[in-house]
Design a protein. Structure first.
Length: 223
């Protein structure tokens, strides 16, 4: 962009110059333009969202000593309005919650590594022992699923600690779960009737394809 008249400046250029003076944008002038048209390159510097100094972790509330920590803070009597009392309680909770985090949750990545190693060990045991009976294999599969869930929980905790808002993350996960549920576990039959349930939709698809092969026709089913 540039000025058509060297004696006058456009309002947009005046606004950009003012933003430059305030430090909101970076302005670069290129003087190799034709006539009085001087090209301008605008570059907006990044403005990352600052992290707060204290964030509450949901996993703290699942600890056995969490209720006692909160009760001790509530037992301290404060004067003033209810809002002042609440602010005082929240401030006094910071230090014991930080101590709880350092004692049990600071090594979250080590816990994740231990859960992964445990999962790999059980997978190797199940793969290298084909002579085990059915009950032992069933127990191994159950323990593998348990290890997978622990690994997923540790991964989610690690991601939350790195950065993120818990409410936003849970909201997006619920949306994805609801979308997956509605798109996988129901189907419309040939009479345009809704069939719900995972096994019911599978059986209906199997019957539909079998009938299609017998009749030699084709009928579309919308999933």
């Amino acid at each position: 962009m540039g000025c058509k008249n060297s004696n006058m400046r456009e309002p947009s250029l005046l606004r950009q110059t003012r933003l430059y003076d305030l430090g909101l944008i970076e302005l670069f002038m290129m003087n190799f333009g034709l006539f009085d048209h001087t090209p301008i390159i605008l570059s907006f510097p990044p403005c990352p969202k600052p992290k707060s100094s204290f964030q509450f972790c949901e996993m703290w509330a699942k600890d056995q000593g969490f209720n006692d920590i909160v009760k001790q803070s509530l037992a301290q009597q404060t004067r003033g309005s209810n809002l002042k009392a609440l602010q005082h309680i929240l401030i006094t909770l910071r230090q014991p919650l930080r101590q709880l985090n350092r004692s049990k949750f600071a090594d979250i990545y080590k816990q994740q590594t231990a859960a992964r190693n445990k999962l790999l060990y059980k997978l190797i045991c199940n793969r290298t022992s084909p002579t085990k009976n059915l009950s032992i294999k069933r127990d191994l599969y159950i323990s593998i699923n348990h290890s997978v869930m622990l690994l997923v929980k540790q991964q989610s905790k690690a991601e939350w600690i790195s950065f993120g808002d818990e409410c936003t993350r849970v909201f997006m996960v619920k949306m994805k779960q609801r979308k997956a549920w509605t798109s996988i576990y129901h189907i419309n039959d040939q009479h345009d009737q809704r069939v719900e349930g995972h096994m019911e939709s599978i059986l209906h698809r199997v019957e539909h394809f079998a009938a299609t092969r017998r009749e030699g026709g084709l009928h579309h089913i919308y999933v």
